[in-house]
Design a protein around this ligand. Structure first.
Ligand code: PBG
Length: 331
């Protein structure tokens, strides 16, 4: 007998769909998916976002209909991005966001879990995530954190189940946690965009929120969002945010940052969310439109990779398809 026949072969574990199912280390569930929703004050009807396939900007009313239909698809968790009509340098008006959260919770109660994105980039006329100094050259940390904590408190008082700060200022998690606790909102969670990189892949999102940085003296977010080449900074920020009171940590973008997800998972005991961002989502959608990939199979392949790297929670624009696509997934 040839010696080769006695050698263990890994191909046995792949030999049939039954074996492949049995040995899979990653099993996806739609229960751990979060669906982002854009709710735009300027709209009078639901409007498709040209740069994000199948995704709309909603009015508050159409958002209610969208949530109703998403619940039927098995999605109960949402990340809300309110887009206000007016932009300014300070004295922001949060009424629309507050009404949106309040109205959704009033209608759906605990059937839904609402995380509210907390950032100033849709509110500022310059598109930066915080308040600028008078010369327009710098995002002021302390002033921004104070404002973000004030906004977060109002969203929590309106009924948000979770506050999701995406601004990347230092110390905002502690400030928000304190504000919530001082107002008996200790049951409201915080999902920190703890490891958020300065990325090209947010392009379609910024279209949807009209939040591309406009300031001429500060044209990008590199002084507050993480540098793609600095993984240590991403881990330090996540560990710091956990200490300050973040319940859930996040890595964003996700698919190009699997090393960060994996390291973060081993460095902390916190749940980790992976945000497959607008540009990552749309990349797959464009490949699918060109018939170069199967849409559902490609999106689920990425989700599998995120889970394999260590993500507990997946935020995806295609979350509302998760239940169906996962059921149909061929191992
Ligand atoms: C706001 C914010 C951004 C995203 C989520 N919250 C954009 C940015 O930082 O410019 C990006 C999400 C996506 O691309 O899907 N700070």
């Amino acid at each position: 007998m040839e010696r080769e026949e006695f050698q263990i072969t890994n191909r046995r574990s792949r030999s049939s769909v039954h074996m492949r199912e049995l040995v899979a280390q990653v099993v996806l569930s739609h229960r751990q998916f979060i669906q982002p929703l854009f709710i735009d004050e300027t709209l009078d009807k639901r409007t498709p976002i040209a740069s994000l396939n199948e995704i709309n900007s909603d009015t508050l009313e159409s958002a209610l209909a969208q949530i109703e239909s998403d619940l039927k698809s098995g999605i109960t968790k949402f990340l809300i991005f309110p887009v206000p009509k007016n932009k300014s340098l300070s004295n922001f008006n949060y009424d629309f966001a507050i009404t949106a959260i309040h109205t959704i919770k009033e209608k759906f109660g605990n059937e839904v879990w609402l995380a509210a994105d907390v950032c100033l980039c849709s509110y500022t006329s310059h598109g930066h995530c915080g308040i600028l100094n008078s010369q327009g050259t710098k995002v002021l940390n302390h002033e921004s954190v104070t404002e973000l904590a004030n906004y977060a408190l109002q969203l929590a008082q309106a009924g948000a189940d979770c506050i999701a700060p995406s601004d990347m200022m230092d110390g905002r998690i502690a400030a928000i946690r304190n504000a919530l606790d001082q107002h008996q909102l200790d049951s409201v969670s915080i999902m920190s965009y703890s490891s958020k990189f300065s990325s090209q892949f947010y392009g379609p999102f910024r279209d949807a929120c009209r939040s591309t940085p406009q300031a001429t003296k500060l044209s990008d977010r590199k002084t507050y969002q993480l540098s793609p080449g600095n993984g240590n900074d991403a881990l330090q920020c996540a560990i710091r945010d956990a200490k300050e009171g973040a319940d859930l940590l996040m890595v964003k973008p996700a698919a190009h940052y699997l090393d960060i997800i994996s390291k973060l998972k081993s460095a902390t005991n916190q749940p980790v969310a992976a945000y497959h961002v607008s540009g990552e989502y749309q990349g797959i959608e464009l490949l699918a439109q060109a018939n170069l990939v199967d849409r559902a199979k490609a999106q689920t392949e990425v989700w599998t990779a995120l889970k394999r790297a260590g993500a507990d929670i997946i935020i995806s624009y295609a979350a509302r398809h998760a239940k169906k696509w996962i059921e149909e997934l061929e191992y």
